[in-house]
Design a protein around this ligand. Structure first.
Ligand code: C5P
Length: 279
């Protein structure tokens, strides 16, 4: 095998609590991650060196998370092989949907296969954590209850509803949210059972709305149709619907030209695991 194409899914945080702050400044979280079938396509082919021929103009390829993922695996394993990496983006960047992290995870998993480097899923997840707190769940490949900074993962089975995801056309800086003096950092831990009974909100919401009022406007509009939440540190907000038609009916009702809507199915298993063994 000398090439692989992987569908790297977006994620939603069905809730996100900040339960503490570590000495290194990172925050202890509780969250539930579920994937959705809004995917970037990651194409990998064996080559002599690591190349990203179609990266973002102006972005140093060495800063590109997919290139960093490939280099990290190369260094970790001492492998001499390279790869050409192409990413067809569908997931909007910086919206709390984890697109960059998912692409990086797909590169780690895909190159582990193409290069026959034989790292276990747990070893890949640990490597992924060096690239970002959201990378391990994508390597894990299942919807998960998450603790720590997002690396302590336990698979969960959830309903797989249709989601309407709304991007309000603004960018929220994740470090700015986590650094904000008004962020709630001491939410008492909850149990999975409490989450299943409806507990859980996104503790980053108030600060994100303060930094970008458009997030609050999007939440308010979406809440007129169904209970709405923000994912990650925003800016995207989402709501669950029983049918695709219900979710799609919102696409034509968006009140602002700068807003973008996406309809996607919730997934308990990453589409990457249809191609690669995720056990
Ligand atoms: O790991 P990631 O690149 O997603 O994190 C971006 C920033 O968000 C970090 O630099 C940190 O400031 C903040 N963060 C945090 N606690 C987490 C995750 C992220 O403080 N658990």
């Amino acid at each position: 095998m000398d090439r692989l194409t992987l569908e790297a899914p977006a994620k939603l945080n069905l809730f996100l609590h900040v339960t503490g702050r570590r000495a290194d400044g990172y925050h202890e979280l509780q969250s539930v991650f579920q994937f959705v079938d809004l995917c970037d396509r990651v194409e990998l082919s064996l080559a002599d060196r690591i190349e990203r021929p179609e990266g973002l103009p102006g972005l140093d390829p060495e800063q590109d998370l997919v290139v960093r993922a490939a280099r990290l695996l190369q260094q970790e394993t001492g492998i001499q092989a390279g790869a050409v990496i192409r990413v067809r983006k569908q997931i909007p960047d910086g919206g709390g949907l984890g697109g960059g992290s998912s692409d990086a995870a797909a590169v780690l998993m895909g190159l582990n296969q193409l290069w026959s480097t034989g790292l276990s899923r747990a070893e890949l997840a640990q490597l992924g954590l060096q690239l970002g707190a959201d990378v391990p769940v994508f390597v894990h490949g299942t919807a998960a209850w998450a603790e720590g900074v997002g690396e302590l993962l336990q698979a969960v089975e959830l309903d797989e509803p249709w989601y309407f995801i709304l991007h309000p056309g603004v960018h929220v800086s994740t470090p700015a949210v986590f650094k904000h003096p008004e962020l709630t950092r001491n939410t008492p831990p909850i149990t999975i059972r409490a989450f299943r009974s409806g507990a859980g909100k996104n503790d980053l919401t108030d600060v994100a709305c303060k930094l970008r009022p458009e997030v609050g406007e999007a939440l308010e509009w979406l809440a007129g149709f169904a209970p709405a939440k923000m994912t990650g540190s925003g800016a995207c907000v989402f709501a669950a619907f029983d049918s695709r038609a219900q979710a799609e009916s919102l696409l034509t009702q968006l009140p602002q030209a700068s807003w973008r809507g996406f309809v996607a199915r919730g997934l308990n298993r990453s589409p990457v695991c249809r191609v690669l063994d995720c056990e």
